[in-house]
Design a protein around this ligand. Structure first.
Ligand code: F3S
Length: 389
């Protein structure tokens, strides 16, 4: 591959992966079973990134036939972008990016929750996933093995079918470094997001072993991982009686420090996002909404008339099922918006005239504030109630 026998795209991809392996002291490359690729929004890639992808497609880069490769959110709903207020110029750039990925054989799923649309690699399998919430979920909840890949390295793995063996791929690097004792009562997914945001700030990249998480649902686990991967760099967490590697991890807790998370800690996190503007947009779907969440939103707003802008983000896979069941219609009849393929962080919000954001996600709040928007967090139910007042 390195000598170019399989073409220039494979050679370039292999050069990147072997360089990465050298930096991290990997002994060898291993085959990957699954890939998830980030770096899709035209807002982040611009013309230079778009041309780079098009060049790879021209060089006949093609996803290894044994691998499933899915794609992260784009900067717009690929169907309904005009309703979002995206410009024609942006739409042209975004389409070029999606076309390049399609030419390479990537499934243009445009979601950060591939695990909600059936892309669920097996326990112990080696995968190359980018997008920090997806990395956290696949490592922790599915028990697959990935490092925090970037857009270029995940694409290189899709093309070659390989990845360097280091980091979270090895047993010894999947052990916990701190016990996190959750004393606070966790009432809703946003509380899990707050726990994640709080411990990520303290632990950085240290792997936590949670006690006291109870029996979290999928929505709580996706938002917990998204938050701790944002405020810190956590790529893997274990939780007693919850995650598949927890009992193995539990054999290695001796001598670890314990971090206690109480009600006061969660209150402090929640109080760190309280700014709001009269023209705020109320957002749900960071990470992308599950079908359950869309159903809950539809039930809550059904027959009503939303007084504030409500934007809901999900994958096209979940959208299609929600549409079939009538949930999209119920939300839109109440003046809410449901968009596919994109999200409250990777869309060009400033150009779309957004002023301020209210969200139930600390990952979403973190980036929204970083992008200069006054930001407030509210739990799911509370957010929906306020949007209707
Ligand atoms: Fe997903 Fe966008 Fe949030 S990619 S995790 S919805 S910032």
């Amino acid at each position: 591959m390195l000598e170019g026998e399989q073409g220039p795209a494979v050679m370039k991809s292999m050069e990147l992966l072997t360089a990465l392996g050298d930096v991290f002291g990997a002994e060898c490359l291993v085959e990957v079973a699954s890939v998830h690729i980030s770096g899709v929004s035209y807002r982040n890639l611009g013309d230079a990134g778009t041309e780079w992808l098009e060049e790879l497609a021209r060089l006949e880069a093609i996803v290894d036939s044994s691998i499933r490769a899915t794609l992260n959110p784009a900067g717009m709903d690929m169907v309904d972008w005009r309703r979002m207020g995206v410009t024609e110029k942006f739409a042209v750039g975004q389409r070029r990016i999606i076309d390049a990925f399609k030419t390479m054989g990537v499934e243009t799923t445009c979601t950060c929750t591939p695990y909600l649309i059936g892309h669920t690699p097996n326990l112990g399998s080696q995968i190359a996933w980018a997008e920090s919430n997806a990395v956290c979920y696949s490592n922790s909840v599915l028990g697959a093995r990935t490092n925090r890949e970037s857009g270029p390295t995940s694409l290189a793995s899709a093309i070659t079918g390989l990845t360097p063996l280091y980091g979270y791929r090895l047993d010894e690097n999947r052990l916990p470094g701190t016990v996190v004792e959750v004393e606070a009562e966790l009432r809703c997914p946003m509380d899990f997001s707050a726990v994640g945001y709080h411990i990520g700030k303290i632990l950085g990249t240290t792997i936590p072993y949670f006690k006291g998480l109870g029996k979290p649902d999928i929505e709580s686990m996706k938002t917990l991982g998204a938050a701790c991967a944002t405020s810190g760099g956590i790529a893997l967490w274990h939780a007693e009686d919850v995650t598949p590697e927890a009992s193995y991890a539990a054999d290695h807790l001796n001598g670890l420090e314990t971090l206690v998370v109480n009600e006061k800690d969660l209150k402090e996190v929640k109080n760190s996002f309280t700014a709001i503007h009269d023209e705020a947009t109320y957002c749900l779907g960071c990470p992308h909404c599950s079908l359950n969440e869309i159903q809950e939103i539809a039930t809550s707003v059904k027959g009503g008339d939303l007084k504030r802008k409500l934007w809901v983000f999900t994958s096209r896979g979940v959208y299609a099922e929600a549409e079939r069941r009538g949930f999209i219609n119920m939300i839109e009849k109440a003046n809410g918006n449901v968009f596919r393929d994109t999200c409250m962080v990777v869309a060009p919000l400033k150009d779309m005239g957004w002023k301020s954001v209210v969200t139930n996600s600390f990952k979403g709040a973190h980036y929204s504030l970083a992008h200069g928007f006054p930001t407030k967090t509210l739990p799911f139910d509370h957010l929906l109630r306020e949007a209707q007042r």
